[in-house]
Design a protein around this ligand. Structure first.
Ligand code: R5P
Length: 289
């Protein structure tokens, strides 16, 4: 078995191969001036391989994985795993208006046709609860980073109160808090648009508390920023945030900084300088079991 990584995610790919004590090889990608991709795989592939690439900014990556899978199958590889700690297109799980594509089902089924096994971390599932409902046609493994996140928070000098910024975050914040023996709360959220979010804090005394906002995704950063602003108005001592998937679109990081968040921490699901938690041991254990 070999790990095949990509330049944009090579550190994580190498760490995964090291955890598994197997060879790391790299897929070469050339982007033509018109935006098309040329994909070249090493030619001595094992019967079983693992592609390791997170699917943030997914559109080019999906096409490149399609091309890479085809080459690998032509070379005789019979079992292909995709390790994508961030799994794209999972949030649109219903057509809110006639004519809208339900990307979770479409992309999930397509990935299931390409890969024999898909391993991801804390996918954003809202109206369904099992990853194989989105990917019914392959082995679909959903891991949770909550244990690693709890371990990280337990090393902090002051035990924080964890705040999930919306009802969807309860599944993560509760799990992390329980594993770390920490207090937790969940806020309410109303989203009026991509950049317009209102947060309603629970009726809890946050004065002088050390609070860590925990969420699965920071995309525009507005959810966490609004939660941080609301906490400041309640007189908290400090606000930090811990995110599983640091997408950080456009000005997201600036928005978080302006909201006076002390520390921004994340897992290495997506490359970002806030990465403090490495997922390789978790991913390797799932592959070995
Ligand atoms: C949604 O329910 C997710 O858990 C996140 O809260 C959301 O994706 C964050 O988005 P943004 O950073 O754009 O507010």
């Amino acid at each position: 078995m070999q790990v095949l990584g990509f330049k944009d995610y090579h550190e994580q790919g190498k760490r995964l191969a090291a955890e598994l004590a197997i060879e790391y090889l790299e897929v070469a990608i050339h982007h033509f001036p018109d935006g098309e991709s040329k994909v070249s795989l090493p030619t001595a592939l094992d019967a079983e391989i693992i592609f390791c690439r997170s699917l943030d900014h997914p559109n080019n990556k999906l096409i490149e994985l399609l091309l890479a899978c085809d080459v690998a199958r032509q070379q005789g590889t019979s079992h292909i795993t995709l390790v994508a700690p961030y799994l794209c297109y999972m949030r649109q799980d219903i057509a809110f208006n006639p004519g809208e594509a339900v990307s979770q089902i479409i992309i999930g089924q397509w990935l299931g046709q390409l890969f024999d096994r898909i391993i991801t971390v804390d996918p954003h599932l809202h109206r369904i609860h099992e990853l194989n409902q989105a990917i019914p046609n392959a082995e679909a493994i959903s891991l949770s980073a909550s244990g690693l996140m709890a371990e990280f928070l337990m090393q902090r000098p002051n035990p924080p109160v964890l705040l999930g910024p919306d009802s969807e975050s309860e599944q993560w914040v509760k799990h992390i808090a329980e594993q770390g023996g920490l207090e937790w709360e969940v806020a309410g959220k109303q989203r009026q648009g991509d950049h317009n979010v209102e947060i309603m804090l629970p009726e809890v005394d946050f004065e002088d508390r050390v609070v860590v906002i925990v969420d699965d995704i920071a995309s525009t950063g507005r959810t966490i920023a609004q939660a941080a602003k609301a906490l400041r108005q309640r007189g908290v001592q400090t606000v930090d945030c811990l995110i599983t998937h640091p997408l950080f679109a456009d000005d997201a990081e600036q928005v978080l900084t302006q909201a006076c968040i002390n520390h921004i921490w994340s897992t290495d699901s997506i490359n970002h300088h806030s990465n403090v938690i490495q997922l390789a041991p978790l991913l390797a254990k799932a592959i070995q079991s």
